[in-house]
Every structure is written in structure tokens, then in C-alpha cells.
Design a protein around this ligand. Structure first.
Ligand SMILES: Nc1nc2c(ncn2[C@@H]2O[C@H](COP(=O)(O)OP(=O)(O)OP(=O)(O)O)[C@@H](O)[C@H]2O)c(=O)[nH]1
Ligand SMILES: [Mg+2]
Length: 386
């Protein structure tokens, strides 16, 4: 064999080995190219009493790649997207949020964005948003049946509920569209066509701030540590928006005890072993989570049960308490993660990392203003079950 032939064989052998290593070690790569070890994007729904997040195969840290400008190898990216529900009128607020996200995290990691709207996005929205995003972006229309108030809702009863809440000065108490949004976020977003290919998501809203540099991949962290749901701020819900919710939750638990996780986070949400709800919830305008959990039997049965009660319209059930109660009951408490190191603000509250984390993240937030142990925060209730 001459020297050239030997070199050709060597290069082919290296390429084949590289393909197998990437296929084995990274979801994104195997999903893109296929191959004998590629896994489905989202596994069959959960039938067991607890949701288990399949462990990542190998704990790898990717080397810098000069030619892409990204510090991580795109082939090692997780099966994840940012999810942004927005109206065309939210454009300026979205530009602010995405600007922070790109500067503080995503210019290094290149995760794609998925924008969803109940109306078609305007060209201006798409142009301005695409202009500041370095990665892939998709814009989706929400199907009517995932968004509008269902026909079987008793409109007279719903109208009375809204009027009462307006009179009680409950925020968004008179709004139908806000209720559509809460119901969509509770039980539909993860069923949108554009999101079927993804497992992980990071939710972003207009006018939020990411105050610190994030130099590691939180999706990969979640996968490697067996986490399913991540939050930064936890607080009390306005009881006027959910007067009957806990009653329905306890009925559901009685009828479906097999869905309760063994080591769940009930102790965070209830001060009396589940009899009453202390109104604590994770503030869902920030979420890093696994959509396969929302797609699981336990959560889908829970959502459908609540939906049939009509409380998204007769009251004003928020996606924050619905997601939080689902996660706290059907996950083990150590599958829920408090992202201490992510500086996050949604008016009027901020979670600002403390001490060394604040320095390490070059955080711009005021440490003294962190909401964590504010009187209205539920961080203490979270801490007591750790
Ligand atoms: N497409 C669409 N998105 C909506 C609608 N209402 C709210 N949203 C989005 O849903 C998310 C939550 O709405 P927000 O208005 O931020 O609700 P909130 O966070 O409870 O309250 P504020 O931020 O204080 O106004 C945001 O991402 C909004 O852009 C709607 O009618 N259509
Ligand atoms: Mg908001």
C-alpha cells in the first residue's frame, strides 16, 4: 500500500470513530444524523409512579471551537429551545429580554428560539427579533383549539366570575385573553408542532432581565443531575384567582394516588400534610424544564382533570400554580432545582445571586434587592424540605 492510500484509510477510520463517539455521547448529534444509537426525541409517556429523566450517557465538556465563534461545540448542544409566547405588541419588551439572553448566555451556546403567538407574527416582529439572534429561530401560530375558551364552558358563569374579579381588583381579573394564555401555558404549549422535536425548554417573557453571565449549559446540568424542573423565584399566589383549585387537586390525588411521587415536594406547598394549600408556587415566567414531564400521563391526566372543572375560566387559574403543583406532586423533590446562580428579574421581583456567585457571574443586579427572603417569597418553604 502506498503512503497516500494509508493516509486515506487513516482519515476514514478517524471520521468513522468520531461519528460513533458523537452518536453515543450527544442527543443533538445523533438526532441530526441518525445512526444505530440515536434515541427518539421524546420517549413514551410515563407510566410509573415517578417521572424519571433518562441519564445522559457521558459527562463531556466540549472544547472551544474557533471557527464557529461559539465556546461550545454545536454538536454537543442539548435537545433544547427557548420558548417565547408573545403578541406582536410585545416586540420591544421581547427585544430587551432576548438581548440580555444573547449577551449573558446564548451567544456562547447558540440554542434555537421558538416564538409562539395566537395571531400570525408580523414581518417587523420577525425581522427585528431575527436581527439580534445568532442562532436558529422559528415562529409558530397556535391552533385555535389550543387557545380559545372551549364551547363547553358556561359563558354566563365565566362572565360572572370575571365581573366579580374586576370588582375585587384582581390583576387581569376581567381578561379572557389572559385566561387563554394561562390555560395554554398550563396544558398546551408543549404540544405545539414546532416543539415536538424538543425535550428541554427555557421560557422567556417580554421585559425580563438576565443579570449575570452564565458560563455553563443549564440544560446539560439538568440532564446530568437528573433534574426536571428549574426555577429562580417562588412566591404566594393570590387566593382570589384559585379559590377552588386545591379542593380539585386533593380530589385528583385521592382518585389517582399512583401518580404521587414518593419523595415529593408536598411539604413546600402545604403546611399541614396536604390538607390545605399555602399558596406557594414557582414563578413560571422563568422555567427551565423537561417538556416530557408535561407530556407524561401523570401531568396530562392532572391537567385534563383540572381543565374539565372549568377553573381556568370560572376563576383565573394561573399556569404558575398549576405547573408548580404538578411538579411538586409528581416529581421527587430533588428533581426540582433552584437556580441560585441565574440572576433573573421580572418586574417587580429579582433573584440576584449572592457572594462569590455574584462576582463570578459579573452580575448587574443589586444583591441587597434579591427577593429570596422577602416576606412574600416562598423560598423558606422551599428550604425547609431540602
Ligand atoms: N400571543 C399572546 N401572548 C400573550 C397573550 N397574553 C399574554 N401573552 C404572553 O404570555 C406571557 C405572560 O403574559 P404577561 O402579560 O407577561 O403576564 P404576567 O407575567 O402575569 O404579567 P405582567 O408581565 O406583569 O404583565 C408573556 O410572554 C406574554 O407575551 C395573548 O393574548 N397572546
Ligand atoms: Mg410577564
Amino acid at each position: 500500500m502506498n503512503t497516500i492510500a494509508r493516509y486515506v484509510i487513516l482519515v476514514v477510520a478517524i471520521l468513522i470513530s468520531l461519528h460513533f463517539i458523537l452518536t453515543l455521547t450527544h442527543d443533538g448529534y445523533s438526532a441530526t444524523v441518525g445512526g444505530p444509537f440515536s434515541r427518539p426525541h421524546f420517549p413514551a409517556s410515563n407510566n410509573g409512579p415517578t417521572y424519571t429523566n433518562p441519564p445522559h450517557v457521558v459527562n463531556t465538556t466540549s472544547p472551544p471551537l474557533a471557527h464557529t465563534g461559539l465556546p461550545i461545540d454545536p454538536a454537543l448542544r442539548m435537545n433544547a429551545t427557548f420558548v417565547v409566547l408573545a403578541r406582536n405588541g410585545d416586540l420591544d419588551g421581547i427585544i430587551k429580554s432576548i438581548g440580555d439572553m444573547e449577551d449573558r448566555f446564548n451567544k456562547k451556546f447558540g440554542y434555537p428560539y421558538t416564538f409562539l403567538n395566537d395571531e400570525p407574527f408580523s414581518d417587523e416582529f420577525k425581522n427585528r427579533v431575527s436581527n439580534i439572534i445568532s442562532s436558529d429561530v422559528e415562529f409558530g401560530l397556535i391552533p385555535k383549539e389550543h387557545w380559545v375558551q372551549p364551547d363547553w364552558i358556561d359563558e354566563d358563569k365565566a362572565t360572572k366570575g370575571r365581573e366579580q374579579m374586576k370588582a375585587d381588583k384582581v390583576i387581569y381579573g376581567g381578561s379572557v385573553s389572559y385566561r387563554n394564555m394561562c390555560r395554554f401555558n398550563s396544558g398546551f404549549f408543549f404540544r405545539h408542532d414546532l416543539l415536538q422535536k424538543y425535550k428541554w425548554y427555557w421560557r422567556i417573557e417580554p421585559d425580563v432581565h438576565f443579570h449575570c453571565d452564565l458560563d455553563y449549559d443549564p440544560f446539560k446540568f439538568m440532564q446530568d443531575e437528573g433534574k426536571v424542573y428549574g426555577f429562580t423565584i417562588t412566591m404566594y399566589e393570590f387566593i382570589k384567582t384559585i379559590p377552588t383549585l386545591w379542593g380539585h387537586v386533593t380530589d385528583f390525588i385521592k382518585q389517582n394516588p399512583h401518580h404521587l411521587a414518593k419523595n415529593n415536594a408536598m411539604g413546600y406547598m402545604s403546611d399541614d400534610g396536604g390538607k390545605t394549600y399555602n399558596k406557594c408556587h414557582f414563578w413560571s415566567n422563568f422555567e427551565i424544564a423537561d417538556m416530557d414531564f408535561w407530556r407524561s400521563d401523570a401531568y396530562m391526566e392532572f391537567f385534563n382533570y383540572l381543565d374539565e372543572k372549568g377553573g381556568f375560566y370560572y376563576e383565573r387559574w394561573g399556569d404558575a400554580p398549576v405547573h408548580s403543583i404538578g411538579a411538586a406532586l409528581f416529581l421527587q423533590k430533588d428533581q426540582i432545582h433552584f437556580f441560585e446562580d441565574i440572576g433573573y428579574e421580572h418586574n417587580p421581583y429579582v433573584h440576584c445571586p449572592q457572594g462569590e456567585l455574584w462576582k463570578k457571574g459579573r452580575c448587574a443586579c443589586n444583591k441587597a434587592k434579591s427577593f429570596d427572603y422577602d416576606g412574600y417569597s416562598c423560598k423558606r418553604q422551599w428550604d425547609r424540605i431540602q
